[in-house]
Write a protein that binds this ligand. Sequence first.
Ligand SMILES: O=c1ccn([C@@H]2O[C@H](COP(=O)(O)OP(=O)(O)O[C@H]3O[C@H](CO)[C@@H](O)[C@H](O)[C@H]3O)[C@@H](O)[C@H]2O)c(=O)[nH]1
Ligand SMILES: [Mn+2]
Length: 364
Amino acid sequence: MEPQRKHSAALHTCYPCRRTILYRIYAVIHTCGIISLMYHHAHSLATADTTLTTSLLLIADVVLAFMWATTTCLRFNPVHRTEYPKRYLAKPKEDFPKLDVFICTADPYKEPPMMVVNTVLSVMAYDYPSDKLSVYVSDDGGSSLTLFALMEAAMFSEHWLPFCKKNSVEDRSPEVYFSSKSQYWTDEAENIKVLQSDEIEVMPNLIYVSREKNGASPHHFKAGALNTLLRVSSVMTNSPVILTLDCDTYSNNPRSPLHALCYFSDPKLNPSLGFVQFPQKFRGVNKNDIYASELRRPFVISMVGFDGLMGSTYVGTGCFFNRRAFYGPPTNLILPEVDELGPNWIADRPIKGYFGFGTRCSWM
Ligand SMILES: O=c1ccn([C@@H]2O[C@H](COP(=O)(O)OP(=O)(O)O[C@H]3O[C@H](CO)[C@@H](O)[C@H](O)[C@H]3O)[C@@H](O)[C@H]2O)c(=O)[nH]1
Ligand SMILES: [Mn+2]
């Protein structure tokens, strides 16, 4: 992501970390220390007899100095960002771009379908116009259990979405909501029952995709699944903004799309803005995180460091993409041979779907 240091844009601000100056002073002192150490080694090599020992020490110190330099650049200009989603909300709803969400699952035993549907429901229930939202699930396991769970989730969503929006529920993964409020939700469960399904007229699209795999060509695991979803979604909805999620990472903020759009809608950033990566947060780690399972260094410290240099890295989940970014660099649009797979194709055919097992879902 392009860093933007000025407080100019109304929808987001970016400011450097306050302790950067102290760190830079320390880094200069440390660099002087490394240079004098290198000088000492070079001097010893030229004058002393212990050439082998000195050479080994020199190599060890060069390696350590290189490792220090590569991590130091991430501490050199860390930046913090703030978005103002309420300001974005003030726009007319017609101006909101369509959003496609890609969720990958592969194994119904290691990734239980209940976990997958909780992730699905957490994004279907976004505070976002439902008619602009499409959720695509790629199931590399081709599991009928996962498909069945999704069908049930589609029906449950008719109750869950109005309930979340009416009660301003913050945790929109049902599993998290019901476990975190276990002392309250007995009363609220009654509310779920009495809600009518027509409170929200349009429901988000929910599309299940299980790609064909064969021995003749490599399937490329998650990357292959995401590419399949990219192609399928381009002919069905072709939304300009895409969110990718692993099936085990639910969205814990119903306004996440608005936060991302604060950047995508900025005309100064947009031509070169490929993606907006959200940090990962982990549930269920032990108190004080003694095993460092939160992975704070890669997901928090390094990310703000990358952001201040040339932009963060994609960490595989929780990332909003500009669909245009998949069609070549900002100055060069590389169009596919099939028009319908291009970024500017307007996919306006209505999506009509029927489930198996004799059930037709009313939201399609
Ligand atoms: O053939 C496959 C294999 C995996 N996946 C999905 O890919 C995701 C990540 O795979 P997983 O085995 O869970 O990898 P992890 O090590 O848990 O994931 C971390 O590391 C991955 C890269 O190695 C990133 O893609 C993930 O975002 C990151 O969370 C999951 O949703 C899987 O369902 C597929 O869709 N098809
Ligand atoms: Mn995983």
